[in-house]
Ligand binder design. Structure first.
Ligand SMILES: [Zn+2]
Length: 445
């Protein structure tokens, strides 16, 4: 009898547990982290109320919840309580890595070579942010006269230095100096583009800058003379793209005017992540890659119906590298590139009403207006909270060959937003809103 009762009782407990909440985050009961917050993201079942360290957790009508707990250095114990019982979690926070300021070491100039194409040269010795001043070509010779942390200092002229990651440079101590000579320069004006070329006997480092009025391209020849700088000033139209190509020592800078008619635009829709790259995981376990693809496909269909020339970087659940996405866009002559994403929880105190909604990111100034138009359309038409227009160094929007933005349509990890992206009606509205934004931009004179 007693045994029977115990059995019945344990079955009862088992059934209760089976019906209780599911956690997407944290993945383990004991975690070692270097974040400032511990995140609890998941789904409550049958209206159960959840509290974490005594604080009641907001739960959306579909059970979605997200909660953050500030962490102190070392061990943190966090208690999650629901009507079905108590669960304990242990977070071990690694002492914040102190921002070590590396000393600047200066030395006699040595020569180095850029190891591969598309190597960023930066204004600061920091491997992040908007500090890229050019992307150098393979085998470009550089004069190096200092280092700081992981970076070499590149001497460009008497009043200009730049920074490049040490791992991107092959030092050549046996370099024999054969100065590079200027050959010729030329400029051509086409209906839709300004093209300027400048030729040297060998490759040289360059910088490119998008200013208010024009694109400024500078080639530095410090081996010849510390003030040997060649400057091309290229006028730019209102809506434009630009790029630098190199053949031998011949640099071609093209500033292109975007088409006037919408039929002449090539639009690339990029569904973020895919395959083994799941992206963010939502409160209810949804994977961002699938939501992105669903929205991208709907957007593609709307644009296609309007008779626009539109391509997708992926049409199924496949792994596509960031480089392949960029190459695909360039190969197809992209004018406009829209990367579709849904956001995840930032490492800040989670605010249900604040950390939600739509943000749009751009990298180059030529994409700022488009980013603003898209954000305005999505928040207005799809009714999401405005989470701002910002700059970010995402690989797919870095090329200036097209106008590129990345849309974080809503937050995967926000309980209120999870009601949105699970609804076909919302997804339709969001696709419609993005298409309206694209059309508003490309129709604009
Ligand atoms: Zn994403």
């Amino acid at each position: 009898m007693i045994r029977g009762l115990i059995l019945l009782f344990s079955m009862f407990i088992f059934m209760l547990q089976a019906q209780s909440f599911e956690l997407v985050l944290p993945k383990e009961k004991n975690c070692i982290v270097n974040t400032n917050y511990a995140f609890f993201v998941g789904r409550a079942k049958n209206g159960e109320s959840i509290s974490i360290n005594g604080e009641n957790v907001y739960t959306a009508s579909n059970g979605a919840f997200a909660h953050s707990v500030p962490l102190k250095d070392g061990e943190n114990r966090i208690m999650l309580r629901s009507p079905y019982g108590i669960q304990m979690f242990k977070f071990y926070k690694n002492d914040k890595q102190k921002n070590v300021e590396f000393p600047l070491e200066e030395f006699e100039p040595i020569m180095g070579y850029v190891k591969r194409d598309n190597t960023p040269m930066r204004s600061e010795p920091v491997d992040a942010g908007l500090n890229r001043i050019s992307h150098l070509f393979e085998c470009t010779p550089l004069i190096i006269n200092g280092s700081k942390g992981n970076f070499y200092r590149v001497f460009l002229s008497s009043n200009k230095t730049a920074w490049i990651l040490k791992e991107h440079v092959q030092i050549d101590l046996d370099y024999i100096q054969t100065p590079t000579d200027f050959i010729t320069m030329d400029s051509e004006r086409y209906k839709n583009a300004f093209v300027q070329t400048i030729s040297f006997t060998k490759k040289l480092p360059y910088t490119i800058e998008d200013t208010e009025e024009e694109i400024i391209f500078k080639v530095y020849n410090p081996e010849m003379d510390e003030n040997s700088v060649y400057t091309l000033n290229i006028p730019k139209p209102e809506k434009y793209t630009y790029n630098v190509k190199m053949d031998g020592g011949k640099y071609t800078v093209k500033v292109r005017k975007l088409p006037e008619k919408k039929e002449d635009y090539t639009i690339i829709i990029d569904a973020g992540h895919g395959g083994s790259e799941k992206g963010a995981v939502g409160c209810l376990g949804d994977e961002e890659k699938n939501i992105n693809l669903k929205l991208a496909q709907e957007l593609y269909n709307i644009l296609k119906k309007q008779g626009l020339n539109v391509h997708m970087t992926r049409e199924c659940d496949a792994n596509v590298s960031l480089n392949d996405r960029v190459d695909f866009a360039k190969d197809n002559g992209a004018d406009v590139f829209v990367s579709i994403h849904f956001n995840s929880i930032p490492d800040i105190c989670m605010d249900i009403h604040k950390n939600r909604g739509t943000s749009v990111y751009y990298y180059n100034d030529n994409s700022k207006e488009f980013a603003e138009i898209l954000e305005k359309n999505v928040t207005k038409i799809a009714g999401t909270r405005s989470d701002g227009v910002r700059t970010a160094s995402f690989a797919v929007i870095r090329p200036s060959d097209y106008v590129g933005v990345l849309v974080e349509t809503a937050y995967m990890t926000n309980p209120l937003d999870s009601l949105l992206y699970r609804s076909d009606k919302f997804m339709h509205k969001a696709a419609n809103a993005i298409s309206k934004g694209i059309l508003e931009y490309i129709k604009k004179d």
